[in-house]
Design a binder for this molecule. Sequence first.
Ligand SMILES: Cc1cc2nc3c(=O)[nH]c(=O)nc-3n(C[C@H](O)[C@H](O)[C@H](O)COP(=O)(O)OP(=O)(O)OC[C@H]3O[C@@H](n4cnc5c(N)ncnc54)[C@H](O)[C@@H]3O)c2cc1C
Length: 507
Amino acid sequence: MTETQPITQAVRANPAGRVNRQETQTHPIVGANPTDPVVLGLDGSTKTIPNDAVAALRSKLQGSVALPGEDGYDAARTIWNAMVDRRPGLVVRCLGADDVINSVRLARDERLLVAVRAGGHNIAGNAVCDGGLLIDLSLMKSVRVDPTSLTARVEPGATLADFDREAQTFGLATPLGINSTTGVAGLTLGGGFGWTTRKFGLTIDNLISADVVTADAKLVRASEREHQDLFWALRGGGGNFGVVTSFEFRLHRLGPDVLSGLVVHPLDRAGELLPAFRRIANEAPDELTIWAVMRKAPPLPFLPPEWHGKEVLIFAACYAGGIKEGEEVVKPLRALGKPIADVISPHPFTAWQAAFDPLLTPGARNYWKSHDFTDLADGAINVILDAARTLPSPECEVFIAHVGGAMARVAGNTTAWANRDAHFVMNAHTRWHDEAQDSACIAWARWLFEATAPFAAGSAYVNFMPDDENDRIEKAYGGNYRRLSEIKGRYDPENLFRMNQNIRPAR
Ligand SMILES: Cc1cc2nc3c(=O)[nH]c(=O)nc-3n(C[C@H](O)[C@H](O)[C@H](O)COP(=O)(O)OP(=O)(O)OC[C@H]3O[C@@H](n4cnc5c(N)ncnc54)[C@H](O)[C@@H]3O)c2cc1C
């Protein structure tokens, strides 16, 4: 079979002549080998991919094919959120751009349902599909830092930990998220914010270029100079436009230590502490980021045992600047109330980036609902506190992320990410293990979401959207949706890449 020949054509030309069929077929098929893999098509029909064609695909790959039951199949389909248990019909475990091109070509020629998996962290579970072709990028993990040009080339399977480890070797960083096992790829394509966003901007504000395999199975480079429209759309438009095989980031000097840590208070003081947090956050220099987290206290070694399991308000703070200067800046935060514990001190940046990992391990059931806020109204605080007093399981939490700063100084139409005016992002993060708790946890998150809606900005962060929020996607992109839809229409008119917060292609 030649590089560009569809598998169905290859089947017709198969000298063994075992199969004889038309371009688009459904399973079962007369003459099909019962061991041939069956894969779901874009139109919902099933397609049989002959074993010969799978063997031909295998022979072209640097990586591997994993069929149900084969080595690597479960590793590829298992993602962070245990609510998602999907079984693709065929998995390609890619090791390079050429493997991605071959996978996309197969999907395009056979009109297969496609999912693209990187870090596998997305709450909605779009990284995996039932029945379709899974393009697994999780083995492509290389991070190459150039300390001279202050740039890094990153493959899409790299996690934040993979990135930070390499970048910090040279005292460098780019803004990423707060949980080191998250994938760089999905985080970047949705926008990306974390401890250094107020200082250095969103992750997408630090993206210089991306190599993308588009729906026609061609590799293109998107940057400010090439495929500018695609580059605009990739920066916040998620995986809608193709498969990114390499990201190029701008780096900044940071670390090795940053002033960072937690101040923990009893939740019953939160009524007076959250308005003070709002004031300090609103006045903070770009270097300072403070997140407020309300949850039951985990058994952290610095917390007195009598507080373990009790409701607490945690201020998590990071100063992305000099330690001495930071110590002055965080004084007002540390002077609030009578904390149960205050463990703000210099920490290695890589350790701070992983500080929340023990609370966010994979394998739990999770459901999220989130809102952007331009300000934190008293009414919103009251509702959030009601919710924090009635957490439906010990691992649930409400967090209020502090954004703005450099992120807000970029115009809302510079990239696809429209919600630059948000100053706080609230996430109702429900997390539990027993299926029997599904409805109670989901109902709690939905209640908090509805009750805080009157105070919210109306925009949304696509990377925090669960799978039942498809009706919210257009709103999330606000004034940028139409342009995104036009660009989608040019790069992916058939909507091959639809397992994502999907943007409909304009006709
Ligand atoms: C515990 C936890 C903490 C988080 N903290 C933060 C945070 O601090 N800040 C923040 O901004 N976000 C945060 N997030 C959200 C995170 O940004 C998203 O979940 C993101 O989608 C994860 O990327 P991934 O590569 O791990 O995900 P995946 O689930 O693998 O992918 C997510 C989506 O992107 C698509 N995709 C992935 N890679 C590619 C690619 N190379 N080309 C094309 N499409 C692709 C996938 O198809 C899927 O639709 C957090 C998530 C979790 C679970």
